[in-house]
Design a protein around this ligand. Sequence first.
Ligand code: ATP
Ligand code: MG
Ligand code: MG
Ligand code: MG
Length: 569
Amino acid sequence: MRTSQFFISTLKEAPSDAEVVSHQLMLRAGLIRRLAGGIYTWMPLGLRVLRKVEGIVREEMNRAGAIELSMPAVQPAELWQESGRWEKYGPELLRFKDRHQRDFVIGPTHEEVITDVVRREVKSYRQLPLHFYQVQMKFRDEIRPRFGVMRGREFLMKDGYSFHTSFADLQREYDNMYATYTRIFTRLGLAFRAVAADTGSIGGTGSHEFHVLADSGEDALAYCPASGYAANVELAEAVVPATPRPAPIAALTKVATPGKEKCEDVAAFLGLPLTQTVKAIAVVRAEPPQGTPAFTLLLLRGDHELNEIKAQKQIGEFRFAREDEIVAALGSQPGYLGPVDASDAVSVVVDRAAAALGDFVCGANDAGYHLTGVNWGRDLPDPGTGVDLRNVVAGDISPDGAGPLELCRGIEVGHIFQLRTRYAEALKCCFLDENGKTQVMEMGCYGIGVSRIVAAAIEQNHDARGIIFPAAIAPFAVSIVPMGMAKSPAVREAAEKLHDELAAAGIDVLLDDRNERPGVMFADMELIGVPHRIVVGERGLAEGRLEYKGRRDAEAQMIAADAMLDFLK
Ligand code: ATP
Ligand code: MG
Ligand code: MG
Ligand code: MG
């Protein structure tokens, strides 16, 4: 490929609303462009990455014995009414009417549709087991789409569904998928961890999530090095026995939830009015071992949806190290705060916040209240809200009693479930067994967030100059940057020859023939994360050599031109 025949559109600066590094870099590198909240166009360069992820997922699913099909995005409401999820799913389910006033949804997931297919097609135990999968755009009307394609509303998912005559056979396939997912994320070149997970609104019994490890991850994970026990903290909180907490030595977090009287108490106490938009206020005080204590005032809009805590929307945040900064910020944000007297606001807010934190220590985790002891540097605050809502802290003994738990953050990129008969029963998906007796099928389901993986990979692999794609998913494996190609026929010829040679060897090569200044071409190739770069210049050519630099290398090195292909392999 030549840049002149492709489309590269990079930006010097990321738009200011891009909060996490992967979102910033995906915009800067021109991988995606925003159409609406949580809805993105995959630009040609980004699409190449997406397709590589998809390709690896597809190869491993096929190898594992799953069979690909493609189901409609638009699904009739009747199926969702049959499963009971029409009522249960909540506003994440995008519903609409057709011209005949019939209800439809845009599929956030496909348990209903696949179960409908299988109940019509499969009659006998002889046809089972079966595992169907697809790679398809899903739509979830996320309450807070954010971080670009990390939490989009429209996003690409691989979703698979397996059907079995017995629980034992479902467990076999579940183990098969666990191994398959492990292979997929290994091939993708990502640092990941599988953790036991809550089964959430899909229901069912056994479940594991696969997380790409990254500090910016929305999920907190608990891990016990002594035994390998690993769980999403959501789940660990339910099973880890309550241990007496040491007194929080450094910091406290308090969140008042809306609609509860205590919220108003806190507001009154802090002297801040609750308005139409500000329905909850949280004050976070953190005292690092070194430096000045920092106060964070969070103004939350609590649209209570499925999960009370997760659904809290943060609509404003002021994070300060110094009191005078608080004054300035309070003064400049009257819309959120209402009429606050800036002159004494700081000391009032800070004093009251500190006092309030002291007062409410005993109220931890009462209804309408969430208070967690946080030790600076030991626990990690939620990157989105800055608030820590966990009960499980590092050092707690793991449920298996093997040793202390460590905590880290992860991005959920895969999720496997034993659904058992949850859907098959509701939709009457049955088969005839050896004795001619009707039985309900056992089901499993297996999701991978294909588009989220692209963001997660960048979150884990980048530096100050841009993306460092793992080789398996890089848009191009090698870039060729010619020096002064317009003026030097020798350079042009050598660059073209090298391009053709590498392309013929099946290497994804990008020849930058834009005739830009070298600095511009270098910066772009680094920004978009091409793992290998070859510079073709007159001086090197005179000695029969090319300059090579790996994306993570500190220094370039000279390689004999005729040895380059072998070197890259
Ligand atoms: P999350 O906890 O992040 O909301 P989920 O548990 O709701 O995800 P699943 O129903 O398990 O998601 O869907 C399977 C996979 O689809 C997830 O593991 C994740 O990788 C991906 N996914 C889910 N929601 C989104 C989204 N809004 N944007 C991008 N990928 C998503
Ligand atoms: Mg979700
Ligand atoms: Mg989840
Ligand atoms: Mg999940």
